[in-house]
Design a protein around this ligand. Structure first.
Ligand code: BES
Ligand code: ZN
Length: 562
């Protein structure tokens, strides 16, 4: 039972979609037609999820009604079926404010010439641009056809042939994705490539040059990549996430184009979802940790294989530290892996807990049973549940049968916090940075020219009462072109009231819509009266450029206090 869907897949289960989209950039509306196919049924109705859709007609139905709009779930579309019915066709239009689409004007793109559109369906936003059974427990194959204006290149996360698209492997609705813009394509190897706007395509191809090596690394550990091609799409900076694992076509923020491959853990992460998440899928949003915890574990294994154990260790320590920091501010009920989401928007349950606590659980099991046995287990897990949606209980039953362990699983999954006996990642390189930090604080000059992003993050996060002016003088952090370092620095600048960084911060908040960066900065700003004024002023100007998902989050931070 999925509390985030009105649909009843236990009664009628949609198995295939035929989608036709006309992109109307002038009105920021998608005119759509969705044909839904299911096994012939005598059920009297088919219930679909929708949000802010205008339904024009339903073909092959005895009638339809659109129920009242729930702020979280949207409106149920109840379609009357004749006996033996096996398909219906819905003609509809989306609303300009569709929660799962962002329509960008040319100034919000890299090229500044053409508009851009992209979808973001996870968790429950597919229903704002396609009427369907919007539960991750329902898997569908689909065909798509997209008509875009002249000069724009439309893509769906599927096998592509011109304006036609086809997904032959059953996927949950949150993985259906669409984008259109002035896109160029560059191959990265046999199976991999990247789409980006022309001004970014060279930088993107350089940054993602190791993608094929990453695919091979996962395949060696967990079995074949089952989705044909693996391409990346670099989106405009308002994309609210770092990345989204749309099958065959990962969507990514341009803020990972650091120039030195230092932020490609995101590619490892989204690629890993091709196994954990896209192949074996969380059946409900309460099981989200099955997607993300497994993926962070796999991501780190990829990093270790492609970039070496030191890189992996640093990422693991950074992850653990951020988890502890975030968890300290969360209610106990959100410090568990299997979280209660009744009456809540699943986007709200998206903290580091499913990611980092989930990964730490797997690392703890690995440490106990040994890497060879754990890898064999994971490989068989992906085979066993391939193309299925499973619950936490399904996983637990399989684990208890295949790989008995003394790790206190129930405590990890249902109780708050990190149980005793958890794996404890350690980085020698960070130990050295801590020594350097001490020397620096004693007034010595230190040699940082070869420092990686990860070392910088640890250096900055470890510092107490930072001397902001000296840091900036010696290391030019306000000018950093690395989004993660800059974000960390700006956060410190707000805390310390360090004025010289404020105009850079305003520029950052005005141009970047990645929620992971916005949320901490606005939260920190809201802690003082001057910060509140600044936050309100910045947000008033920036809000229209943010994605609806980010708007909702930041509304809660900035407007919630008015
Ligand atoms: N699937 C998530 C993004 C997501 C989660 C979208 C929940 C909507 C609801 C994606 O794989 C992800 O985890 N992205 C992270 C980056 C990752 C490296 C931790 C992000 O966007 O920050
Ligand atoms: Zn993820």
């Amino acid at each position: 039972m999925d509390v985030h869907s009105y649909s009843r897949p236990d009664l009628v289960r949609v198995r295939h979609l035929e989608l036709e989209f006309d992109l109307r950039f002038d009105r920021k509306v998608l005119d759509g037609s969705a044909t839904l196919r299911f096994d012939a049924t005598d059920q009297p109705e088919l219930v679909l999820d929708t949000r802010d859709l205008e339904i024009h007609s339903v073909e092959n139905a005895t009638g339809f009604t659109l129920g009242p709009r729930d702020p979280i779930l949207g409106s149920p579309l109840r379609i009357g079926l004749a006996k033996g019915c096996s398909w219906v066709r819905v003609q509809y239009s989306t609303s300009p404010g569709a929660s799962g689409l962002q329509w960008l004007d040319p100034p919000q793109t890299a090229g500044k010439q053409h508009p851009f559109l992209y979808s973001q369906s996870q968790a429950i936003h597919a229903r704002s641009w396609i009427p369907l059974q919007d539960s991750p427990a329902v898997r569908v194959t689909f065909q798509g056809r997209v008509r875009a204006p002249q000069g724009l290149h439309a893509v769906m996360a599927a096998e592509r042939a011109g304006e036609h698209f086809r997904m032959e492997r059953p996927v949950p609705p949150y993985l259906i994705a669409l984008a259109a813009g002035a896109l160029e394509f560059r191959p990265l190897g046999e199976r991999a490539g990247v789409f980006a706007e022309p001004p970014l395509i060279d930088a993107a191809a350089r940054e993602f040059a190791d993608t094929e090596a990453m695919i091979r690394a996962v395949e060696q550990m967990y079995g074949p990549y089952r989705w044909g091609r693996y391409d990346l799409l670099v989106l405009p900076p308002s994309f609210p996430f770092g990345g989204m694992e749309n099958p065959c076509l990962t969507f990514a923020t341009p803020t990972i184009l650091a120039g030195d491959k230092s932020l490609v853990s995101l590619v490892a992460h989204e690629l890993a979802h091709s196994w954990s998440g896209n192949l074996v899928t969380n059946a409900t949003w309460s099981d989200f940790w099955l997607n993300e915890g497994f993926t962070v574990y796999l991501e780190r294994r990829i990093l270790e294989k492609v970039y070496g154990p030191q890189r992996e260790e640093m990422e693991a320590v950074l992850g653990r530290r951020e988890l502890d920091r975030e968890m300290a501010g969360l209610p106990e009920s959100d410090r568990v892996l299997h979280i209660g989401l009744q009456g809540r928007d699943p986007d709200d349950g998206c903290t580091l807990v499913p990611y980092e606590k989930g990964a730490l659980l797997l690392r703890t099991i690995e440490r106990e049973v040994g890497r060879a046995r754990f890898d064999a287990f994971l490989r068989s897990y992906f085979d066993h549940f391939a193309f299925q949606s499973i619950t936490t209980d399904d996983f637990l039953a399989y684990l208890r049968r295949e790989l008995p362990t003394s790790v206190p699983l129930d405590e990890w999954i249902y109780r708050p916090g990190i149980p005793g006996g958890a794996a404890d990642p350690h980085s020698d390189a960070f130990g050295q940075v801590e020594s350097e930090l001490t020397r620096w604080q004693q007034g010595h000059a230190i040699d940082t020219h070869a420092w990686s992003t990860q070392l910088w993050l640890h250096f900055l996060r470890t510092m107490q009462n930072p001397d902001m002016a000296r840091l900036d003088r010696e290391f030019h952090l306000t000018e950093s072109g690395n989004s993660e370092i800059l974000h960390q620095w700006l956060l410190m600048a707000v805390r310390a009231g360090y004025q010289p960084a404020f105009s850079r911060m305003e520029q950052f908040l005005a141009s970047v819509g990645r929620r992971k960066f916005l949320k901490p900065l606005y939260t920190e700003l809201m802690k003082t009266p001057e910060g509140r004024d600044r936050a309100r002023r910045i947000y008033a100007a920036a809000r229209a450029g943010y994605h609806p998902i980010a708007q909702t989050t930041i509304d809660g931070i900035v407007r919630g206090s008015e």
